[in-house]
Design a binder for this molecule. Structure first.
Ligand code: NAP
Length: 356
């Protein structure tokens, strides 16, 4: 396995530096001594960037903050100046939205075009690492079962999501497609995409609004006490995802799409990991609801649980091939149970999860 070359003579850009995943990526970059250009929506919001400043105080690298918004054309130009690598992580990861076009697709797709248009205008940029998602590869879990061997691979694209059905997955698919289109229309910078499964683990900031944290909160606060939906999810530790971004950027031969995925578990198994790792009096769910029951009552209790969603996603296995990321990036995945318990313990310690 070749070792990555960390040439710290030029700065590197991280978009969405305030995010859950980006926090760990910024940490790794600062550990290696890079000057990190951190693009954030509001650099004056001390509460959102204090953890990044603290990291820079403690680690060899340095950090500079830049104001940028995915929806403002050209707004990443200053942050990208002189950078060799662009890590584009910013994208809204929310499942409850009023207007999927405005709240998901526009920032994801126009934002990606915006960032890559700046890369086209910035001669120093050699490589762009885009945080895509397994959601850009499949829409519903039933789609995965139709792949050869029932296994998702890097050759597969999501063709079943739309504005009206799984709009977050649609936003990630359209954004990654836009990225490859722009990458293929030039030959100066190389594009590598990281396609993570559901990301779990503690956050550097101690807080997060990411959907990953919302799920963990619901498993602990009693929301799912009467039973979890029969849902199997591919999961990965956030620290492994950050490391995959590092290798994608600094290994000479890294190329194409990389599925980044540790293991697949049902929600009930995640609840059991919490029960054995955290225990105590938390009302962790102890049973799975039958699919027919979720189909019947789900739409009445949560508008995101539609009948097509239940029919196409619950009760199916989910498998993906992570061998490229192991072989070419050298990723050694940590156990999902560690990510789950570390994440929940941090949420307990910070008061982010409370029993209802
Ligand atoms: P997160 O904590 O919510 O981070 C999202 C980041 O995007 C935040 O820094 C946010 O900035 C930024 N952002 C959102 N809208 C923006 C806009 N209009 N302009 C500029 N920045 C904007 O979520 P995450 O889980 O770390 O996700 C990071 C990336 O990983 C995303 O691309 C996501 O699609 C991808 N991903 C996540 C998962 C997962 O399970 N978490 C799985 C696969 C892929 P603010 O702090 O200002 O809101």
């Amino acid at each position: 396995m070749p070792t990555p070359t960390h040439d710290t003579s030029k700065p590197v850009l991280v978009t969405g530096a305030t995010g859950f995943l980006a926090g760990w990526l910024v940490k790794r970059l600062l550990e290696e001594g890079f000057t990190v250009h951190a693009a954030v929506r509001d650099p004056a919001n001390e509460a959102k960037i204090a953890h990044l400043k603290k990291l820079a105080d403690e680690l060899p690298g340095t950090i500079r903050f830049f104001e940028a918004d995915l929806l403002n054309d050209g707004s990443y130009g200053d942050a990208m100046k002189d950078c060799s690598i662009v890590f584009h992580t910013a994208s809204p990861f929310i499942t409850s939205v009023e207007d999927p076009q405005r709240d998901l697709v526009d920032p994801a797709v126009n934002g990606t075009r915006n960032v890559l248009a700046s890369a086209n205008q910035t001669d120093s940029v050699e490589r762009v690492v885009v945080t895509s998602s397994c959601a850009a590869m499949f829409g519903d879990v039933v789609d995965v079962t139709r792949e050869p061997g029932g296994i998702l691979t890097e050759n597969v694209w999501n063709t079943t999501s739309s504005l009206g059905h799984q709009p977050y997955s649609y936003s990630k698919t359209q954004a990654e497609r836009a990225a490859w289109e722009m990458a293929n229309n030039q030959d100066r910078w190389k594009l590598v995409t990281i396609n993570p499964a559901f990301i779990l683990g503690p956050s550097i900031s101690g807080t997060s609004t990411s959907e990953s944290h919302n799920l963990m909160r619901q498993l602990g606060d009693g929301t799912m006490k009467s039973g979890v939906p029969p849902f199997q999810i591919g999961m990965v530790d956030v620290r492994d995802v950050a490391e995959a971004h590092m290798r994608a950027a600094f290994l000479e031969d890294a190329e194409g799409r990389y599925i980044v995925f540790g293991d697949s578990h049902s929600l009930l198994e995640v609840a059991q990991m919490l029960q054995s790792g955290i225990g105590g009096t938390w009302p962790f769910p102890s049973r799975s609801m039958p699919k027919w029951l979720v189909w019947l009552i789900g739409p009445m209790v949560d508008k995101q649980i539609t009948r097509p969603m239940v029919a196409k996603n619950m009760g199916y296995p989910w498998h993906a091939d992570n061998s490229r990321s192991k072989r070419e990036l050298g990723i050694e995945y940590g156990p999902v149970s560690t990510a789950v318990t570390d994440m929940f313990q941090q949420m307990v310690d910070t008061g982010a999860v409370k029993t209802s």
